[in-house]
Design a protein around this ligand. Structure first.
Ligand SMILES: [Fe+2]
Ligand SMILES: [Fe+2]
Length: 180
């Protein structure tokens, strides 16, 4: 993702995240999701809530895409990925992408285990674990949705949302994600 190109969208979402009725709106929209999916959605921070709601509005003509928009970033676990680490990641992405790639490769090497959540917990709490969560938030969200009984197509779309889109739906999800 090119962070510079998306700056206007990010600024718009930052403003939306300050709206006093954001959480109320999120609770209303979250009622359309199943119980556990709704809880995952409402666990997002204010910025991700505003981002996901804006995407869902843009994709509201397709019910599956709308749900994927609401849930795609729920792998950005707030307990493991604090705001400072997110800023650091974005700062490196914008100004030092090469350094970020090397750091991510080193973090990747340090993560062990079978499933994605086991690999998260194998890393020491702190920026390494946060970077890993940021890098793999699609897979993490997919695992959480699988455990919550989410349907296969939804899980697949969420899991692959950081990868090259493989069909028209995935392309639309990616386009909205990049723009907002
Ligand atoms: Fe994402
Ligand atoms: Fe996103």
């Amino acid at each position: 993702m090119n962070t510079w190109r998306n700056l206007p969208g990010k600024l718009k979402v930052s403003l939306l995240s300050l709206h006093p009725r954001l959480r109320r709106e999120a609770r209303r929209v979250g009622e359309d999701l199943s119980g556990e999916e709704g809880e995952l959605f409402l666990s997002l921070n204010r910025y991700d809530l505003a981002h996901s709601l804006a995407m869902a509005r843009r994709l509201s003509d397709d019910p599956l895409l709308r749900r994927a928009a609401l849930l795609h970033d729920t792998g950005k676990l707030r307990g493991e990925l604090d705001i400072i680490t997110r800023w650091l990641y974005t700062f490196l992405e914008m100004f030092f992408p090469g350094r970020l790639r090397r750091l991510c490769a080193a973090v990747e090497e340090g993560a062990h285990g079978e499933g994605i959540l086991e690999r998260v917990r194998s890393l020491p709490p702190g920026w390494r674990r946060g970077f890993f969560v940021q890098m793999h938030h699609g897979e993490i969200a997919a695992e959480l949705l699988r455990r919550a009984g989410g349907d296969q197509e939804l899980v697949r779309m969420v899991e692959e949302h950081q990868r090259e889109p493989r069909d028209e739906r995935a392309r639309r999800l990616r386009q909205a994600d990049d723009a907002l």
